[in-house]
Design a protein around this ligand. Structure first.
Ligand SMILES: Nc1nc2c([nH]c(=O)n2[C@H]2C[C@H](O)[C@@H](COP(=O)(O)OP(=O)(O)OP(=O)(O)O)O2)c(=O)[nH]1
Length: 136
């Protein structure tokens, strides 16, 4: 049987900008940029996993807004699903507490300035229209 584990990524949006996070580990991914998030645990809803990961990794309180349609293969057995998300009122500003060593808020024209993980590029491309239309 094929095992399949969902990794949830947040397209965290604020004032028309997208948060990108630079991975600090493992060595083969370190230095590349991704959407913050992580693996959904057994019995956990993806949106709940995303809020938990954002709290752990960035120290923020966030809420999901909507699923970005699609699913992107990572290293088997992982697949990436993406939700747009926004900071809750009163949340702390994101900080690279865990898994990351840098964060950047990117405007639409800056999106391709960072070296995204190859497997994240289609997901980021699909998220791009949400920067101008969505999640305020
Ligand atoms: N979070 C996240 N992980 C990604 C992305 N793209 C991508 O290939 N990955 C890979 C990196 C990891 O192998 C895996 C997710 O692992 P993780 O380390 O972020 O998740 P986690 O916090 O649940 O991990 P763990 O330490 O509990 O094992 O998916 C992405 O955009 N966001």
């Amino acid at each position: 049987m094929t095992e399949r584990i969902v990794v949830v990524g947040a397209a965290l949006l604020d004032a028309g900008r997208l948060l990108a996070a630079r991975r600090s580990a493992p060595p083969e991914l370190a230095g590349r940029w991704e959407l913050p998030g992580g693996k959904v645990e057994e019995g956990e809803a993806p949106e709940a996993a995303l809020m938990r990961e954002l709290r752990e990794e960035l120290g923020v309180e966030a809420e999901t807004v909507e699923r970005v349609p699609g699913e992107w293969p990572l290293r088997p057995p992982y697949v990436l699903q993406v939700w747009t998300a926004r900071l809750c009122p009163g949340s702390a500003a994101p900080e690279p507490l865990q898994d990351h060593d840098a964060l950047r808020w990117l405007t639409p024209t800056e999106i391709w300035d960072v070296d995204w993980l190859d497997q994240d590029v289609p997901a980021v491309r699909k998220t791009l229209p949400k920067l101008t239309t969505g999640a305020h």
